[in-house]
Design a protein around this ligand. Sequence first.
Ligand SMILES: Nc1cncn1[C@@H]1O[C@H](COP(=O)(O)O)[C@@H](O)[C@H]1O
Length: 489
Amino acid sequence: MQMQPHPNTIRVIQDKFAQKQHFAAAGVPLPEFRDIKCRGCMEATARAFGFPFMLKSKRLAYDGKGNAVVRDEAAMDAAVEALGGYAQGLYAEKWAPFVKELAVMVVRSRDGQVVSYPVVETIHKDSICHVTESPAEAPPQALAAAQACAERAIACLQGAGIFGVEMFLLADGSILLNEVAPRPHNSGHYTQDGCQTSQFENHIRAVLGWPLGNTQQLAPCSIMLNLLGEEDGEEGVRRAHDVMARAYLTPGTNVHWYGKDGMKKGRKVGHININGGSRAEARARLAALDPAAAASLTRSSHALAAAQGEAGSQQPSPQVGIIMGSDSDLATMKAAAQVLAEFDIPCEITVVSAHRTPQRMMDYARSAHTRGLKAIIAGAGGAAHLPGMVAAMTPLPVIGVPVKPAGAYLDGLDALLSIVQMPKGVPVATVAIGNAANAGLLAVRILGAYDPALLEKMIAYQDGMRTMVLDKASKLEEQGWEAYKVATH
Ligand SMILES: Nc1cncn1[C@@H]1O[C@H](COP(=O)(O)O)[C@@H](O)[C@H]1O
C-alpha cells in the first residue's frame, strides 16, 4: 500500500515559522527565532537578539523577497512595512555570522526513505543565487554535519519529493539550518549534468512512488552559474548570449536557456553547468565564462581560510606562479624560486607546456588571478610560446625567461626572440637568457609597489648589493689586479 502525504504537509511546508517549530522539536540546529505579532514583539526581540536581526515573512519568501535586515531601532517600522505589516505573518531570526552558505538537495520517498546529494556551496548576488559549487570547499566534519542536518530536517517532514535545504557554516565549523524549499531548487541545478540522477528526475520518482535514483556526483567538481539578467531588454539578452557563446567553447560545460519572454535585470533566464576534473579546473572553466563569478569563489576560499586561522594551520596562498615548458628548465628556473623565498613570497611552481599541454596552459592562465596570484614567471626554451600565450589569457603581469636548453643549437636566442617579440597589446616583460633570478626580482618589485614592507626589503637588497660592489672595489684597489681573486657567486 502506498502512503499518502500527511494532510498537514502543505501547511507546515508553506508556513516557514511552523516549519521551523517543527524542525526545532526534531532537534535540527537552527538560528534562534521568535514569532512577531506587534511592535512590542519587535522591541523584545531587539533586546533578546541585539542588532542586526532578520525579519522574515512566514509565507511566500524567496530570492531575498520577504526578508529584511533590521539594523537598528529606527529601521524596525520600515522593515515591518516592507514585508506587508504584522497581519502578513512575520517572525524574527537571530543574526547568523556565517562563513559560507551551504545547501543539500534531499529527496524523500512516499514511504519516508531519505537520500541526499552532495553538499554544495551557494554564492548569492543581490540575494539571488548566482553560483553553486559541489562539493563545497569546507572541512570534512562540517560537510558531514551539513549532510546530517539536511537529512534529519527532511526526514521529519511528511511530504514526498525533492527539497532544497539551505544552511549556514559558522566559523567554528558548526551548521545552522536556514531555509527549506519544498521543490527542485537552484542549488540542485548542477545535478542535471553533474550527478547520476538529476533533482528533477528524483522528484518525479519520489512523487510517483518509484525507487529513488542514485545521487552520486559524476565529476570531481561541478559548478552551476546562474544567468541573471544584467540589463533590461536587448542589452541584457546580448550579454547573456555572450556568456553562453563562451560556454559553448568551454569543455565540460552545458547551457540551459529557459526561453522566458523578455529580459529583466536580475531575472533568472538560464543556467550553465560546468564539470571539471578538479576544483581548479572547474573554477578555471567558470573564469573563462564569468571571471567575476570565479572571483567570488576565490573570495569564499579566502574567507574560509581566514576563519580557520590560516596563518597558523595552513600554507599561505601563493602570490607568484612560476611555470616552465619542461622539467628540464628547472635548473634555470629555480633561481626565481630562490629569490622569492629570500623575500618570503609564497610561490607555486610547476610545468606547463604551450605545445604539449595546451589545455592545461589555458586553464592555468585563466584561473591564475582568481586563485590569488599577483604575477606569473614563465620560462621556456626553443619555440618559447608559453609566456606570450599565458599573457594573452591573463590580466596579470607576465615575466618571460628565455631558457637555453642543454645542447641547444641557437644558444637561447630562439627563446629570447619568441618571448620578447610580442605584438602590441599583449606585454611580456622579458629578462636576459637564463636570468630567472631577475624574473624573481622583478616579481618582488611588482608586489612591492603595493606592499610597503616588501618595498623596504627591496631597498635593503639594493643597499646590500651596493655595499658588496664597493667592498670588492676597495679590495681590488688595495690588493692590485695581479693578486685579486674574483669570488665565484
Ligand atoms: N617550447 C617548449 C614547449 N614545450 C616545451 N618547450 C621547451 O622545449 C625545451 C626542451 O624540452 P624537453 O627537455 O622537455 O625536450 C624546454 O626548454 C621547454 O621549455
